[in-house]
Write a protein that binds this ligand. Structure first.
Ligand code: GLU
Length: 419
């Protein structure tokens, strides 16, 4: 990640996809390509927090506000040892493309802290999170930059940020974060929204491929919020989920894993790989299993030039951000593997974040059914726009998604005029 400079790679891919749009010719004198690939603002700061034994620990904290041409900055916060500025820039870049693909009125941002968050105590976690809100207090705000959960952050962290905001500014401002619990002004359906959106796009792609979901096979990499929801919803749709993994290992069962039982097993705090009704395999072998559908739902660069030639799935749904490394993109295209790109596939999370923000502005809350219906409408509409353009232009879904997003943001950027 840091070694290969993920942001430089992300930009390269963007330039390649933007070339046929001829933006510099259409918008002369606007330096538009540079504008779309340069973050508006990157903040890197020292974050010091107190450990339970009284000692201090210093970490780096980041917030990259990439683009707000279509609306306030929006994007998650991740707490993970590999977080760095280049990764945060790449994720913020993808975030503004993502909000544009699904056409919700936000820009894109991302933040994080480079810390081994999982090893901290609960009190230490609260201190890190509230410190993050404090050091970035001038950057965040409901009309400016709105964080949400990402890797290792959840409803709990969003509540802490909301609380820190209230203490700093002396007033409630629920829309300062999304992904909150229902009791704190969260939206029904937000927690499962990313996974639900992934499965909606899988169902649409399956129709285009004449793949019947009942009886099809799938492997899911990652069993966090996104992966576990995808596994559950695929199982409910009649798909045989034959393999799943997490950081601790992988578990497979050719007849299909009993996903409800596996969820109970994991919720009880037991290691996923020790699920009794399945066999353990090497964690990374999961990605090259002989399945119809593969859902990488963990971190970036799961599929690279090294393992892409061995990937057997016909359909890859990018539940994570950047799970297919740029050097693997052409290999998969050459093998006729259909890939639903991250900026479309996992956009359900930020879409329901938008619904949450709307509900917070109105202080009027929707029932879950309405949230799920609106989510379906947005995801199916976005998928169809992308798939139709891809079919018309004979390009990949990724290229089509980039074209649609880039056109939308470029148009907004130019309309804003000189800044
Ligand atoms: N972290 C999620 C993502 O990468 C959600 C962002 C949001 O809801 O703002 O899309």
């Amino acid at each position: 990640m840091a070694q290969q400079d993920v942001f430089e790679l992300a930009k390269k891919l963007f330039y390649r996809y933007a070339e046929p749009l001829n933006l510099d010719a259409r918008y002369p004198g606007c330096d538009i390509l540079r504008r779309l690939t340069t973050p508006d603002r990157s903040v890197e700061c020292r974050l010091t927090f107190q450990r339970d034994d009284g000692t201090m620990q210093v970490s780096r904290a980041y917030r990259v506000q990439f683009n707000d041409d279509r609306g306030p900055y929006k994007g998650g916060i991740r707490f993970h040892p590999i977080v760095d500025l280049s990764e945060t820039k790449a994720l913020a870049f993808w975030m503004y493309l993502k909000t544009a693909v699904v056409d919700i009125p936000f820009g894109g941002a991302k933040g994080g802290v480079a810390v081994d968050y999982e090893s901290l105590s609960l009190a230490e976690k609260e201190r890190v999170t509230k410190r993050y809100a404090l050091v970035l207090r001038d950057e965040l705000g409901p009309g400016k930059d709105i964080p949400a959960p990402d890797v290792n952050t959840s409803q709990r962290e969003m509540t802490w940020i909301l609380d820190a905001w209230r203490m700093i500014h002396g007033r409630y401002e629920r829309g300062v974060v999304t992904g909150k619990p229902i009791s704190m002004g969260g939206s029904h359906g937000r927690r499962g929204a990313t996974g639900r959106g992934v499965v909606i796009t899988i169902a649409e792609a399956a129709k285009d491929m004449n793949l019947e979901l009942p009886g099809a096979t799938a492997a899911v990499q990652g069993f966090g919020n996104v992966g576990s929801t995808v596994a559950r919803l695929l199982h409910e749709a009649g798909v045989r989920v034959v393999g799943v993994n997490d950081v601790g290992g992988a578990i497979v069962n050719a007849d299909g894993l009993d996903i409800p039982a596996l969820l109970e097993h994991v919720q009880a705090g037991k290691p996923l790989a020790q699920f009794p009704r399945g066999e353990q395999i090497d964690r990374d072998e999961l990605l090259v299993m002989d399945v119809d559908i593969l859902v990488p739902a963990a971190l970036e660069n799961a599929i690279t030039a090294a393992n892409a030639p061995r990937v057997k799935a016909h359909l890859i749904a990018e539940g994570a951000n950047g799970p297919v490394a740029p050097d693997a993109v052409d290999i998969l295209t050459g093998r006729a593997t259909r890939v639903i790109p991250d900026i479309l596939c996992n956009a359900g999370g930020v879409t329901v974040s938008y619904f949450e923000w709307v509900q917070n502005r109105q202080e009027f809350y929707w029932p879950e059914q309405r949230v799920n219906e609106e989510l379906r409408r947005v995801m199916v509409g976005a998928y169809r726009d992308v798939a139709d353009l891809a079919a018309r232009e004979k390009i990949t879904l990724r290229e089509a998604a980039y074209r649609i997003a880039t056109e939308r943001v470029a148009e907004a950027a130019v309309r804003r005029g000189v800044q």
